[in-house]
Design a protein around this ligand. Structure first.
Ligand code: HEM
Length: 398
């Protein structure tokens, strides 16, 4: 046994989580027709050069017209120079000040959700992990409470349809999965189109109205861009912070000395959140496509190839992290790639960090003891590029 990950049902592909260093920083994966990038310096090199490594990967898997309809405005798929303009437009609405102002509301919500816990056991994902980020992002967007379940349903459908991507032609499973994801995104898109129309008629104090009003150099976002960006926010807001919170509690359970240290010294909460992002990175991989022939760590990669950049493997690179298999609540420096790097660095990082910090502090305050239940093990999300709990049953007594 090499560590706690052996006890968890995380995707078998993630061998680096099980104490093995990759044989080389990059290698071709015959099975899926993509290049796995595992190394930290190599990942940084790729993320820093969007001209050579394009993010417009959807065009490789779906017809260009469909990709345009579904991804125009989805920052993760846009390259410079459009990315700069788009990011500026949306960043104006998603400011650090606005996020910091949410702290009290996040704390109130966390308490309200945890008030439901009775008895000596509960499922953290169910009670707090899933509802909290969805409520926060819906509040920000100005979505009525009654519609939250509708949005969660579409996001869940899209998640359920997500599988391993492959560049091999004629994979009917992948085709179906992409169509299912497009279908739920489209339904959510129609919903947001109506919401946008309503805000145009009657502006409010919410993020949707701000997106409509945002202007840079005389340019504004189109309805399609607002809808696709909002879809991205719902998806990102729905699942990633959920994973962060669950993974952090799971790590503290697996490393009792870290748990004791954090409980004693709450100043460690921010660094524990960063260590959790490194140790079990919720978004385990990002995708890029080569725009010309390149050489990465001595390996020649032709133009038009899809790279799967494994943030989670880079986060265990022993060339960068001392004792990478150890969960160190005070790790410093911690240059993890859990939020990516470069121009696509996670826009929601300040919100995710705030939610993680506030919720973890309250959990530690309210429950002097939080342990996984040996008779009821956690389950994990199945998409191979995600690492996160789906259910996390906990006991509050021994
Ligand atoms: C981008 C991770 C929470 C919105 C990214 C990327 C990563 C990431 C790795 C870069 C992807 C790439 O380069 O291919 C995470 C994690 C989160 C989290 C681990 C929680 C722990 C959020 C939240 C939001 C959000 C709460 C918003 C509500 C975005 C957006 C982008 C992004 C809009 C695209 C930025 C761009 O392309 O310029 N995220 N994210 N994320 N994230 Fe997050």
């Amino acid at each position: 046994m090499t560590g706690p990950v052996d006890q968890w049902d995380i995707h078998p592909k993630h061998f680096w989580l099980r104490g093995k260093q990759p044989p080389r920083p990059i290698e071709y994966d015959e099975e899926v027709g993509m290049w796995n990038v595992y190394g930290h310096p190599e990942s940084l090199e790729i993320l820093a050069d969007p001209g050579t490594y394009s993010s417009a990967v959807a065009t490789r898997f779906v017809p260009p017209e469909q990709a345009k309809a579904a991804f125009d405005g989805n920052l993760t798929q846009v390259d410079p120079p459009d990315h700069k303009k788009l990011r500026k437009l949306v960043s104006r609405t998603f400011t650090l000040k606005m996020v910091a102002g949410l702290e009290t509301r996040i704390a109130e919500l966390t308490h309200e959700l945890l008030d439901q816990v009775t008895g000596d056991s509960f499922d953290l994902a169910d009670v707090l992990g899933y509802p909290l980020p969805v409520i926060v992002i819906c509040d920000m967007l100005g979505i009525p409470n009654s519609d939250r379940d509708l949005l969660k349903g579409w996001a869940d459908e899209s998640l359920a349809a997500r599988g391993q991507l492959t560049t091999h032609e004629g994979d009917s499973g992948q085709q179906q999965s992409l169509e299912d994801q497009a279908e739920s995104a489209m339904e959510m898109g129609f919903y947001f189109l109506e919401q946008v129309a309503e805000r145009r008629a009657r502006p409010r104090e919410d993020l949707l109205t701000k997106l409509i009003e945002s202007e840079v150099d005389g340019e504004r976002l189109t309805d399609r861009q607002i809808v696709n960006f909002t879809n991205l926010l719902i998806f990102a807001g729905h699942i990633t912070t959920t994973m962060l919170l669950g993974n952090t509690v799971l790590c503290l359970d697996a490393f009792p000395e870290a748990d004791a240290r954090v409980r004693k010294d709450r100043d460690l909460v921010p660094t524990v959140i960063e260590e959790s992002l490194r140790y079990l990175s919720p978004l385990a991989a990002g995708y890029r496509i080569t725009t010309k022939d390149v050489e990465i760590a001595g390996q020649k990669v032709p133009e038009g190839q899809v790279l799967e950049v494994w943030f989670s493997a880079a986060n265990r690179d022993e060339r960068v992290f001392a004792d990478p298999q150890l969960f160190d609540p005070a790790r410093d420096p911690n240059p993890h790639l859990g939020f990516g790097r470069g121009i696509h660095f996670c826009l929601g990082a300040p919100l995710a960090r705030l939610e993680g910090r506030v919720a973890l502090n309250i959990l530690l305050d309210r429950f002097p003891r939080l342990r996984t239940d040996p008779a009821d093990r956690p389950t994990f999300l199945t998409p191979p590029d995600f690492t996160g709990v789906w259910t996390l049953p906990l006991r509050t007594t021994s």
